[in-house]
Write a protein that binds this ligand. Structure first.
Ligand code: ADE
Length: 360
């Protein structure tokens, strides 16, 4: 059965994620270890959920209106890079609505009976959260359409002449879908969501607050400057920030008195080879490859993936969103290109630019 959680406090939640080889300290994808750690520190209310301010305001109003109407929430779609708190936000919404949330992910809904089973288990008003919803197969999508739109399922039994369709009414529920790739969602599925919202990268100030909150829960002493030093290297991503707090806390405990100061944070992040932009070895290898082997690009994603030994999906979903947002790479129709800022960041010379400059 694909129902993974059926209580409200996320304690037993497991979400299937595709494993990657990316450096686990800095990858924004979550592994099994992260899930139990994340469950202990997940904020449960809008007051403790930091960042995503405009989305929170929209949601508060939607929730209040739904409560006044005594109706379930419209279906919601959250998209954006991994680690920004899509699952956490779904949990906060359930908490605010006072309803249960059932959490699963598209790869766990492979057979029709997986999605049918989970839909039939829902009670009125409950929330169904489907992570990586862009990976739902066609059959699962088609089962979902009438369930989302009119709250029923058509189940077909028998073959050719004996085929029968059984219509099953479902209680009104809310689907929250999450995806790192909104563009890969089929049009009909996307159209069935009442609210579609992008989660943004966090500012270092917001991440500092996340870090201080996590440190407080884990009983880790941290200064404002220590929190900010970690925040600056966390690629705008709370999942990474929370993971780094624990690594830096280990270093602080073993090498000093356990307190995280700016100096301790900087030293331990240097040892982890996370630079002051938050880039790790994979990111730097990717940029260096484009610069040194392809003259700054453009070069195709498959070529990059093969050369640095990563899979295309990891590069597209995990590395690229931050490199694009930081202005270090650009996507062009002919492939990826690095920006002049990437040369500066790596301390490498941009031959094209130097040649142009020497002409004047
Ligand atoms: N942990 C992960 N995401 C968070 C957020 N947005 N606010 C507080 N803690 C978090």
């Amino acid at each position: 059965m694909s129902i993974i959680s059926d209580d409200n406090d996320f304690k037993n939640t497991t979400i299937k994620h595709v494993k990657t080889d990316k450096n686990p300290v800095i990858s924004a994808e979550s592994g099994d270890f992260d899930k139990s750690f994340e469950n202990t520190i997940r904020p449960k209310s809008f007051d403790t959920y930091i960042g995503q301010t405009s989305l929170k305001e929209t949601l508060k109003i939607t929730i209040e209106a739904a409560k006044k109407r005594n109706a379930p929430l419209d279906h919601l779609l959250f998209y954006g890079p991994p680690g920004l708190g899509k699952t956490t936000l779904a949990g906060v919404i359930a908490e605010q609505m006072g309803v249960n949330i059932k959490i699963t992910s598209a790869p766990a809904l492979e057979r029709p009976r997986d999605i049918i089973g989970i839909l039939m288990s829902l009670k009125g008003g409950e929330i169904l959260f489907i992570d990586e919803i862009h990976r739902l197969n066609k059959i699962a999508e088609e089962i979902l359409y009438p369930a989302m739109e009119d709250f029923y399922l058509d189940i077909t039994t028998g073959k050719s002449q004996t085929v029968k369709t059984l219509r099953i009414e479902l209680p009104k529920f809310t689907l929250i879908g999450a995806t790192t790739k909104a563009g890969e969602l089929s049009g009909p599925l996307r159209d069935r969501f009442g609210i579609i919202h992008r989660l943004e990268f966090y500012t270092p100030e917001e991440l500092s607050q996340v870090i201080k909150r996590t440190a407080g829960i884990l009983n880790i002493e941290i200064t404002d400057e220590g929190a900010y030093a970690i925040a600056k290297r966390s690629r705008g991503t709370p999942r990474i920030a929370n993971r780094l707090v624990k690594r830096v806390a280990d270093y602080a405990l073993v090498k000093h008195d356990g307190k995280i100061t700016q100096e301790i944070a900087d030293k331990s992040l240097d040892i982890l080879k996370i630079d002051n932009f938050g880039l790790d070895n994979t990111d730097r290898n990717l940029l260096k490859l484009i610069i040194e082997k392809y003259d700054g690009g453009p070069v195709g994603i498959e070529t990059i993936a093969a050369a640095i030994g990563e899979d295309v999906r990891t590069i597209e979903d995990v590395c690229e969103p931050f490199l694009l947002q930081a202005g270090l790479i650009q996507r062009t129709p002919r492939g990826r290109k690095v920006s002049p800022q990437a040369y500066r960041h790596l301390g490498l010379k941009n031959h094209e630019l130097s040649e142009q400059q020497s002409l004047f």
